[in-house]
Ligand binder design. Structure first.
Ligand code: DGL
Length: 266
């Protein structure tokens, strides 16, 4: 049985784990929520690189993982290159905001992007954006909105704060969009858990796009599992550097997973 390590700054990566469990039955997943250090979105590059390296080394030494999924846009943007340099023998799959699928399907060519400040300010994101602006079949406009505090409000399960922040950031997107937006990219793995509030505010004509399924397919490819068999007989191992009860609750509520999370000191 293959083992895949998955980590995020907190509970957000569960949105990716949900897609991984559906795509890869029979794989054993070890999920680390780095909640003691969340949110990553407003941390420095060296802090995020250090946390990513510690967690990856621990997953390798303790669980002998066959692959790693960085289920965090911010850690992918700021730390995946250094992780790949330190672990050249480990297949590593990252998550980036779904600009490409959004550009492929948008009719109005005005696409909102909600993500952390760290992701939007990264060179990796700038490259992705410029590449698409220069190569898309017809001109495309990305309206990028940093969502300070939103991942943290989801992490804390603070619904009133989530609602207030969603209202603020949707209003900002509308104010800055030069035309009708028909697509909004959820560029942080926490945001699918605020999708209902965002969809309500954006209305039925705006599609929300995230990357969970694409990441799960890519992980299947790097594991060389063309026809994965099994029925998730092994429940995922859930670990949190913060409060394991909060991770257990999120996994129960969003993924219907009865697994109790444990505390991880790393
Ligand atoms: N879930 C993470 C992401 O995809 C990070 C959110 C945060 O910790 O700021 O960017």
């Amino acid at each position: 049985m293959k083992t895949v390590g998955v980590f995020d700054s907190g509970v957000g990566g569960l949105s990716v784990l949900r897609a991984l469990l559906a795509e890869l039955p029979g794989v054993r997943f070890v999920y680390v929520a780095d909640s003691a250090y969340a949110p990553y979105g407003e941390r420095t590059v060296s802090e995020i690189a250090d946390r990513s390296e510690r967690i990856t080394a621990w997953l390798r030494n303790t669980h002998h993982i066959d692959a790693l999924v960085v289920a965090c846009n911010t850690a992918t943007a700021l730390a995946i290159d250094s992780l790949r340099a330190t672990h050249p023998d480990l297949p590593i799959v990252g998550v980036e905001p779904a600009l490409k699928p959004a550009a492929a399907t948008s009719h109005t060519r005005h696409i909102g992007v909600l993500a952390t400040r760290g992701t939007l300010n990264s060179e990796r994101f700038a490259r992705l954006r410029t590449q698409l602006e220069n190569t898309a079949s017809s001109p495309v406009h990305f309206i990028c909105q940093p969502c300070d505090g939103l991942a943290d409000a989801i992490e804390r399960d603070d619904l009133p704060a989530q609602q207030t922040l969603c209202e603020r950031y949707v209003a900002a997107l509308r104010e800055h969009a030069p035309g009708d937006m028909d697509t909004v990219v959820l560029g942080c793995t926490h945001y699918p858990f605020a999708a209902d509030a965002l969809a309500q505010l954006l209305g039925p004509d705006v599609a929300l796009v995230d990357t969970g399924e694409a990441v799960a397919r890519r992980t299947r490819d790097v594991l060389n599992m063309s026809d994965p068999k099994g029925t998730n007989a092994t429940p995922p191992v859930l670990l949190s550097t913060g409060d394991p009860a909060a991770l257990s609750l999120a996994a129960q509520r969003w993924l219907d997973l009865p697994t109790r999370a444990a505390k991880l000191m790393v």
